[in-house]
Design a protein around this ligand. Structure first.
Ligand code: HDE
Length: 724
């Protein structure tokens, strides 16, 4: 097996496009005309169409049946290929699964990211949970971690899933709303279902609006088990931590991108891979020995609870990398089918009641979506041999030779494999109890970890969470709904409850139902995942220019940023050549014009010097809006020379210190993520490039440091954004 074994396997079915005569019917007959239906016509007029036209009918039949049922949840998604490689054999203490323990192995993977609520055509940047489903094509069979970007779930028991999904999906009477949870039924349900409180806090936090699939954590959520060579069992949770850090959009931006570029996340995934900035995650595990199962004040099989890392440390296991986009969306991303029940020897289930239900649901749903032989589809078939006595059914296409399709048989075909030779052996778990519909006693506590999460957020994250709940509840027009949610919030935090009450109802709650315990935990705030080495790789930087800009400066800045793997885009008045103030011997052609793209689609803005070009930009309201909007969305902005005056006099950034002639020529002023200077000395700057590793006070270095911070939260905290 190699990292590309799955790609080689898919190549068996990949058809290369061909130029020249190649059009045939599905049965292989060459087609001479595909533009006109066979008719009885004469040289004056067309006549009746004939049923006889096999090619015409086939073309329409095939078209009529192109759609398959979309996923009932997670309908909208994007996928990519890659690999997983263990760092070492650290996990061997807990499991004998080579996929996790053998550093010589590289296992091919396919990942599908998704939103949950919306249908296939909904927008990418809605507030929602994101799916993070990983298929490992191991030598021992396919192993699927069907995870999310949030470590807990709304419900504890699978039997509640249809209720939950009905409540969050568009309402039955009018099929509203699309791609959002801001409606009566969702808040009605979660208000009456206190076990959802912890998860609601996560979705209403910045986690609900990620900047990129590549900047999200992934979690297996459910509790699985690992078995080691000694036959010992541990409970386990799976985590994936992104190399680029965990980052989100801001809400206003997310809303606008829904209209400006609904495919923002799927394009972002392709763009990064195409530019060689391969998305990477570290897989980490948390393990609890079987004997310690009951030592915690929460039930470790309850999917509405995390295992705080102070109690159960994280162990680094390996690296997950995506390095190839799909060739065809439907056959790969749409037909890929995950099952929580797909595990390999060394990995097992637990009695987590959500997981037990999921194990039934996924297999069942694939039969509806794809038919009983769905595991034979190219994207789903394992790279290891598959041989059994399961046969026939619609769309079966593997042809199995021979006269035997049962066990036992006289020829010893398809013999079960003993565990010592790699056959799967269920762990011999002792079980006792009374058959009843019940949940364990610790499943009854719902607020402690909701408080833990809220307390662990940075102040700006708490503000965003308050705003998000305020936004959603104000979309609920039934007072019973938003009033009942106030009750839930009084169990989490009084300040939170009061801030929401002021927004949605005006009636302040008088007393808390449950004092906030005040505890915090590491790893819940997004700020806890700052990359080890600051980076601007794959960050989208807009360079705003008009005729008369300083081309030498733009070239130097762009070269330096591109060297650090940022993606620079020239935005000008037209998608054509923009004339510089002085000729540098090469043409600069705008990638987009000002109306063609919006500031929301970029991480930072740079405006170069040039008297003429600034005159033009100053007269263009769209450009002024670009810069104000980027400032309001907390993005770094860099400007040189005349562009600094533009920021001061035309854009009028509030209370930000900018370069002034009195500052001293060549000095760089950096305030609230706005980096300005009088003149940019290109040659030395580019020759030395800039350093991401240490504080670099050069113009580009300073700009890059700010970009690597993702957003400038202080602007918001100090009230600067309220003025733009
Ligand atoms: Fe899913 N879920 N789910 N879910 N889920 C589906 O399977 C289900 C849950 C998740 O990219 C469906 O193939 C039940 C938790 C992802 O193809 C369906 C329960 C988590 C995806 C289904 C849950 C998830 C799905 C719909 C409660 C995070 C998309 C289409 C017991 C750990 C996979 C499909 C992809 C998809 C059932 C809860 C993640 C109907 C019954 C918890 C990422 O089978």
């Amino acid at each position: 097996m190699t990292p590309t074994s799955k790609i080689a396997d898919l190549e068996r079915d990949i058809q290369e496009p061909r130029t020249g005569p190649s059009l045939t019917t599905d049965s292989g007959q060459k087609v001479s005309n595909t533009d006109t239906w066979l008719k009885v016509a004469n040289d004056k007029q067309g006549g009746p169409a004939l049923l006889e036209d096999q090619h015409g009918r086939e073309k329409i039949h095939r078209f009529d049946h192109e759609r398959i049922p979309e996923r009932v949840v997670h309908a909208r998604g994007a996928g990519a290929h890659g690999y997983f490689k263990p760092f070492n054999d650290a996990a061997a203490k807990y499991t004998f699964a080579p996929v996790l323990t053998d550093p010589a192995r590289t296992t091919p993977v396919f990942i599908r990211f998704s939103t949950v609520q919306g249908s296939r055509g909904s927008a990418d940047t809605v507030r929602d949970v994101r799916g993070f489903a990983v298929k490992f094509y191991t030598e021992e069979g396919n192993w699927d971690i069907v995870g999310n970007d949030i470590p807990v779930f709304f419900i504890q028991d699978a039997i509640k899933f249809p209720d939950f999904v009905h409540a969050v999906k568009p309402e039955p009477h009018n099929e509203v709303p699309q791609g959002q949870s801001a409606h009566n039924n969702f808040w009605d349900f979660v208000g009456l279902q206190p076990e959802a409180t912890h998860m609601v806090m996560w979705v209403m936090s910045d986690r609900g609006i990620p900047r990129s699939f590549r900047m999200m954590q992934g979690f297996g959520v459910n509790t699985y088990t690992l078995q080691n060579a000694k036959g010992e069992r541990h409970f386990v949770k799976f985590h994936f931590v992104p190399e680029l850090g965990v980052h989100s959009l801001v809400w206003d931006e997310a809303l606008k991108i829904c209209g400006q570029d609904p495919d923002f996340h799927r394009k972002d995934l392709h763009e990064a891979i195409d530019n060689g900035v391969y998305p990477k995650w570290t897989m980490r595990i948390q393990v609890i020995p079987e004997a310690d199962e009951h030592k915690f004040d929460f039930d470790i099989l309850d999917a509405t609870k995390i295992w705080p890392e102070e109690l159960v440390p994280l162990i680094d296991v390996g690296e997950l990398v995506l390095n190839r986009t799909v060739d065809e969306f439907f056959t790969e991303t749409e037909q890929v089918a995950f099952c929580t029940s797909h595990i390999v020897p060394g990995i097992g289930f637990s009695d987590d009641p959500l997981l037990q239900g999921r194990n039934f649901s996924y297999f069942d749903t694939q039969i509806t979506r794809l038919g009983i032989n769905w595991e034979e589809l190219p994207i789903n078939r394992p790279v290891c041999p598959v041989m059994n006595n399961q046969r026939d059914g619609a769309m079966r296409h593997r042809i199995v030779k021979g006269d035997i399709n049962y066990w036992p048989n006289r020829k010893d075909f398809n013999r079960p494999v003993p565990p010592q030779e790699g056959g799967y052996l269920e762990y011999a778990q002792k079980v006792e109890g009374i058959k009843q519909r019940a949940r364990g006693p610790k499943f009854q506590e719902h607020y402690s970890q909701a408080q833990l999460f809220y307390n662990s957020l940075a102040p700006h994250e708490q503000t965003h969470l308050m705003n998000a709940i305020g936004f959603e509840l104000s979309h609920c027009d039934d007072p019973v709904v938003y009033k009942s949610y106030m009750d839930v919030l009084q169990n989490v935090d009084m300040d939170l409850a009061k801030s929401i009450a002021l927004k949605v109802d005006g009636k302040l709650p008088e007393k808390t139902h449950r004092p906030n315990h005040g505890r915090t935990s590491h790893g819940l705030s997004q700020g806890d995942f700052a990359p080890k080495n600051p980076t601007i790789a794959s960050r989208r930087i807009a360079i705003l220019i008009a005729d008369g800009f300083d081309a030498a400066e733009v070239k130097a800045v762009k070269t330096a940023l591109t060297k650090a793997k940022a993606l620079c885009f020239i935005i000008g008045p037209r998608r054509n050549e923009i004339k510089p103030a002085q000729d540098i011997g090469e043409k600069i052609i705008a990638d987009h014009h000002f109306e063609g793209q919006r500031s929301t689609l970029f991480d930072a803005i740079y405006i170069p010097s040039g008297a003429e070009h600034i005159k033009t930009l100053s007269k263009n309201g769209r450009v002024v809006h670009w810069v104000r909007e980027a400032f309001g969305h907390l993005k770094p902005i860099a400007a040189v020379g005349e562009a600094v005056n533009f920021l001061r006099d035309v854009v009028r950034l509030p209370n930000v210190k900018l370069f002034a002639p009195s500052t001293g020529e060549g000095e760089v002023v950096s305030d609230y993520g706005v980096v300005t200077t009088g003149q940019y000395s290109a040659p030395t700057e580019v020759a030395a490039a800039f350093s991401m590793a240490k504080q670099d006070h050069s113009f580009v270095g300073n700009f890059a440091q700010n970009i690597s911070r993702h957003r400038i939260w202080e602007r918001e905290q100090d009230g600067l954004t309220e003025m733009v």
